[in-house]
Design a protein around this ligand. Sequence first.
Ligand code: FAD
Length: 309
Amino acid sequence: MNTLVIAEIYAGGIARATRQATTAAQHWGQPVDLLVLGATDATAHARIAGVRRVLQADATHLAQPTAEDLAKLLESLADQYGVILAAHTSLARNALPRLAARRGVGMISEAVALLGPATYQRPIYAGNLLATVENTPGLQVLTVRGSRFAPAELDGAADVQRIEAPAADGRSRVTGRHSAGGERPELASARVVVSGGRSLGSEAQFNALLEPLADQLGAALGATRAAVDAGYAPNEWQIGQTGTVVAPDLYVAVGISGAVQHTAGIKDSRVIVAINQDPDAPIMQLADYALVADIFEAVPALQQQLSAK
Ligand code: FAD
């Protein structure tokens, strides 16, 4: 049997998450095909190492697919595959359970380790425990946490093949995608993340304090749920149990207490820097570097130091 990876739709070329999912796909030791949707650059994706064939479904409605449309397309391909997987992105975690339900098979969500042909490790209880789960044999449908897998190299030379897609589902359609992050790196795969909490006090202060620092570090911006709920930052920036899971090389937590629901989303970060005026805040225990300071003094001082370099 073969393995099918769904490439993330990403304006900037090849999403890191796609390369990470391709690495995960090698686990089964069978030929790996990569499905690219819409007008995504199939030739660029053919360079991802370990891919045998790039399947390009370039029907107009797949340029901005709904989960229903993607599930329908995957169902039309499923007989050829023993494994269908994608990184744990919003589209994949919406479409793949639909495919699993249609095929009457299990859905493994956000696997962090692949232990056998149908055995996986996945986080439960906000990432505080890892469950080992065994799926039924047969078609494996899963998402993987990209940050647990090294991105595949870009020295491959796969064939590109155009495929027909079933007609659009038609009940709903995507009218546009708007990146709240602007030119910034994609949050889930950013190498540096600057993140702010409720202590920022307002949207204006959040932006005024954190944007220049993020610019200097080439970072994505993130936020706690408290900051999002207070309207200081958009929903897409929320990190944690009910937001995005990040695993950057550097995570800078500015005025964040470190509630378990937040730290569930940052535990895989390589280095955590926390700035908080309370030395007993839980984030200070988790941080590699904990700075006890007022954020409104420490962050501008940090920026000054960085621009002096
Ligand atoms: P607070 O807990 O209020 O912390 C503010 C921190 O800022 C404090 O430690 C304080 O000492 C410090 N501070 C204040 N002023 C300054 C200053 N001037 N200088 C320096 N430090 C200062 N939260 C998430 O983030 N992500 C999630 O996905 C998420 N999911 C949740 C799911 C559920 C079901 C529930 C119940 C909660 C969830 N939460 C989530 C909310 C979570 O429990 C916390 O309430 C939230 O993370 C707290 O955000 P915060 O750190 O910004 O705010």
